[in-house]
Design a protein around this ligand. Structure first.
Ligand code: NAD
Length: 541
C-alpha cells in the first residue's frame, strides 16, 4: 500500500551507439571483450537465489572460434525443476502482493543498469557467445532489452489504470492479480533481449517464473540474471534453469502449478509443448496461458515500380544481418522480370563485397552461425541449391566449419516458386528469390500468401501508391509485422509491437500491453455503499 498514486517515467527508446572508430563506446567494448575473451567462467543453476552445481556440465563456446571455451555450465534436470517449483511458490505471495511501485522500480533500475555499467558486459557476452557484430549486439542486448523493461513497466501501469465504470452508490474495481502458480519462460538463442523479456514480462505482472535459457546463449543469459539480481529482484522470483529442452521442459509442464508458458523458438518445439500441455490439462490448478512466438519464412515482395537501390538494400540487410538468424530475416523474395537483370547484377556485386569473419574484428558485416547442427542444416540447403537444376546459385555458397561455423551470404534463384528453399525456414544466410512475370503479378501475390505455413514478417517495395495500397490489402494475413519500403527486420519496442500469426505464433505482440494481459488474472470487485435491506422490489407493491 502506498500513500500516493505514482506515475512511472514516460519511456523513450534507448539511443543506439554506433561504435565508430575513436568513439568512447568502441574503446569500452574492446576492453571488455578482451577481458571476457580471456576468462572462462562457471555458470550454475540458480534456484531461490542459491547457486547449484549439478556436475552435469556442458561447454559454452564461441561459434566463430568453436575451440574457444567461454564457460562451463551446470545443467538442470528433474530434481532442480522440483526445487525451482518450490522456490517459486515460496516467493509467490510476497512478490505477487508487493506494492506496484516497488516491483516496477526493480525493472526500471535494471534498465538503467543496462544502459550504464552493464552495457559492455551484456554486449560482449552476446558478441562472444552468439557471434553478433558489435552493432547487432548493441541493438539487441542493450537497446531492445532496455526498451522492453522500460516500456513494459509503462504498459503494466497503463493496464492497471484501466478500470470499469461505477454506478451511483457502487464502486467497481478491476484488480490485476498474478496467475496462481508459476510461468515457464523458454528462450531462443538469437536475441538476448528476448531471453531477458520472456521471464521478466510475467514477473512485472507479479508472477514467479522458471526460466530455461537456450543452451547456445548461456553466457548472456547468465549475465541477464546477475543484472536482475543486482537490480533487487528477490530470490525465487525468477529461477535460472539451463539444461536440455525436454529434460527441463517435461517435468515443468507436468507440474500442477504450471500456470503458463512464455515461449519463443521454433514451431516444432512449440507444437510439442502445446501437445504436452494438452496431455497434462487435468493436472493443472488453472487453465494455463500459452504464449509462443515461433518460426517464419519472411518475404520481400517487389512491385515493378520498386526503386532498385531501396530493394537491394532491404534484401541484403534483411537477409544477411546476424547471418539470417533473425526470426524476421528476409528468406524469400518475389521480383518482377522487368527488374531482375539489373537487380541481379547489383545483388551479386554487393553480396560479393560483404565481409565475414570474427565479430571481434569490427569491420566484418557478418560472423558465424550458432552451432554445428545449424551449420549442417543450412549447408544442406546450399548443397541442394547446387545439385538441383531448378535452382541457380547466384552468389555465395561457401561453407566452412573448420575453425568457426561460417556460411557465406548466399543468393539462390528458384524457378519453382514452391520449392523447399522458397517454403521452409532455413534460419541462415540464404535468400531464395523467384522471378515473376510482371503481367502475372496476381499469381505471384497468391504464391507469396500461400507458399509457407508462416506469417511472421513481410515487406513490399514499390513507388506506386495505389499499388502499395492494393498489395497491403492483398497480403493482409500474410505477416504479423508488415513493412512498406523497408527491410522486414528491426522491430522496435514501443513502435512496431512484434509477433506473427498462422504457424508463426499466438501473436501476443512482445513488448506491448497485449502481451502483459496474458500474465494477469483480473478480479472484478463490486462494493455497494448502501446495500438493500429488503428482498422486495417496488413492482411488488
Ligand atoms: P528452438 O526451438 O530450437 O529452441 C528454443 C528454446 O526451446 C530453447 O531454449 C530450447 O532449449 C528449448 N526447448 C527445446 N525443446 C524443448 C522442450 N521439449 N521443452 C522445453 N523447451 C525446449 O529455437 P532456437 O534455435 O533457439 O531459435 C530459433 C527459432 O526461434 C527459429 O525458428 C526462429 O524463427 C524462432 N524465433 C522466433 C521469434 C519470434 O518472435 N517469432 C523470435 C526469435 C526466434
Amino acid at each position: 500500500m502506498s500513500d500516493g498514486v505514482f506515475n512511472v517515467p514516460v519511456p523513450v527508446n534507448e539511443p543506439v551507439y554506433d561504435y565508430a572508430p575513436g568513439s568512447s563506446e568502441r574503446t569500452a567494448i574492446a576492453f571488455r571483450l578482451e577481458q571476457m575473451h580471456a576468462e572462462e567462467i562457471e555458470i550454475p543453476v540458480i534456484i531461490g537465489g542459491r547457486e547449484i552445481r549439478t556436475g552435469n556440465t556442458a561447454q559454452v563456446v564461441s561459434p566463430h572460434d568453436h575451440g574457444h571455451v567461454l564457460a562451463t555450465c551446470h545443467q538442470a534436470g528433474a530434481d532442480e525443476v522440483a526445487a525451482a517449483v518450490k522456490a517459486s511458490a515460496d516467493a509467490w505471495h510476497e512478490w505477487s502482493t508487493m506494492s506496484w511501485e516497488s516491483r516496477a522500480a526493480i525493472f526500471l533500475k535494471a534498465a538503467d543498469l543496462l544502459s550504464g555499467p552493464w552495457r559492455t558486459t551484456l554486449n560482449a557476452a552476446t558478441i562472444l557467445n552468439q557471434s553478433k557484430t558489435v552493432f547487432q549486439a548493441e541493438i539487441d542486448s542493450a537497446c531492445e532489452l532496455i526498451d522492453f523493461w522500460r516500456f513494459n513497466v509503462h504498459y503494466a501501469d497503463q493496464l492497471m489504470r484501466e478500470q470499469p465504470a461505477s454506478s451511483p452508490g457502487i464502486w467497481n474495481r478491476s484488480e490485476y492479480r498474478a496467475l496462481e502458480g508459476f510461468v515457464f519462460a523458454v528462450s531462443p538463442f538469437n536475441f538476448t533481449a528476448i531471453a531477458g523479456n520472456l521471464p521478466t514480462a510475467p514477473a512485472i505482472m507479479g508472477n514467479t517464473v522458471l526460466w530455461k535459457p537456450a543452451t547456445t546463449a548461456l553466457l548472456s543469459g547468465y549475465y541477464v540474471y546477475k543484472l536482475l539480481e543486482e537490480a533487487g529482484l528477490p530470490p525465487g522470483v525468477i529461477n535460472f534453469l539451463p539444461g536440455k529442452g525436454a529434460q527441463v521442459g517435461d517435468p515443468v509442464i507436468a507440474d500442477p502449478g504450471f500456470a503458463g508458458v512464455h515461449f519463443t523458438g521454433s514451431t516444432p518445439v512449440f507444437h510439442g509443448m502445446w501437445q504436452n500441455i494438452g496431455n497434462n490439462i487435468a493436472r493443472y490448478r488453472s487453465y494455463p496461458r500459452i504464449v509462443g512466438e515461433t518460426g517464419g519464412k519472411d518475404f520481400v515482395f517487389a512491385h515493378p515500380s520498386a526503386n532498385l537501390e531501396v530493394l537491394a538494400t532491404a534484401l541484403i540487410r534483411g537477409a544477411f544481418e546476424y547471418q539470417g538468424q533473425k526470426c524476421s530475416a528476409a528468406s524469400r523474395a518475389y521480383v518482377p522480370s522487368s527488374l531482375w537483370p539489373s537487380l541481379k547484377e547489383r545483388l551479386a556485386d554487393q553480396i560479393g563485397s560483404i565481409k565475414m569473419g570474427t565479430p571481434l574484428d569490427f569491420s566484418n558485416f557478418m560472423a558465424a552461425v550458432i552451432d554445428e547442427s545449424s551449420f549442417d542444416k543450412i549447408s544442406s540447403y546450399v548443397d541442394e541449391a547446387r545439385s538441383d537444376s531448378r535452382y541457380e546459385l547466384v552468389a555465395g555458397g561457401g561453407c566452412d566449419k573448420s575453425a568457426g561455423y561460417f556460411i557465406q551470404p548466399t543468393l539462390v534463384v528458384s524457378e519453382d516458386p514452391k520449392s523447399r528453399l522458397m517454403s521452409e525456414e532455413i534460419f541462415g544466410p540464404i535468400l531464395t528469390l523467384h522471378v515473376y512475370d510482371d503481367a502475372r503479378i496476381d499469381e505471384a501475390l497468391d504464391l507469396c500468401d500461400t507458399t509457407s505455413p508462416y506469417a511472421l514478417t513481410g515487406a513490399i517495395i514499390g513507388d506506386d501508391r495505389a499499388e502499395l495500397d492494393s498489395l497491403t490489402k492483398r497480403l493482409r494475413h500474410s505477416a504479423g509485422n508488415f513493412y512498406i519500403n523497408d527491410k522486414p527486420t528491426g522491430a522496435v519496442v514501443g513502435q512496431q509491437p512484434f509477433g506473427g500469426s498462422r504457424a508463426s505464433g499466438t501473436n501476443d505482440k512482445a513488448g506491448s500491453a497485449m502481451n502483459l494481459l496474458r500474465w494477469t488474472s483480473v478480479r472484478s470487485i463490486k462494493e455497494n455503499f448502501v446495500p438493500p435491506t429488503s428482498f422486495a422490489y417496488p413492482h411488488m407493491d
